[in-house]
Design a binder for this molecule. Sequence first.
Ligand SMILES: [Zn+2]
Length: 97
Amino acid sequence: MEESDPEFRYFVFAVLHEVAHVDLDHKSQMFDGITSEKNTDQEIEANAQALKWYNMYVTEQENPDLPKLKIEEIKRVREKNQAERIERYEPQQEEIV
Ligand SMILES: [Zn+2]
């Protein structure tokens, strides 16, 4: 699979997003009792960090076929995946944005 493939970019972003939660020492709504507002702030922060890491890599590659990643692309792929999942009557994935 090409690293410029939207599904692959989405997968890498999702992994980086989870690593960002750990790196930024984020707390859990369920286990640490943070508010949903704080949780949303953490999600936005993890997205920003994941995009930053991904785009640092893109900058290093100097590959014209590998554009920088924006949150709009992530939302597009996620909506497409969710629509396909609903068609197949499978449960939705966890929200990451
Ligand atoms: Zn998250």
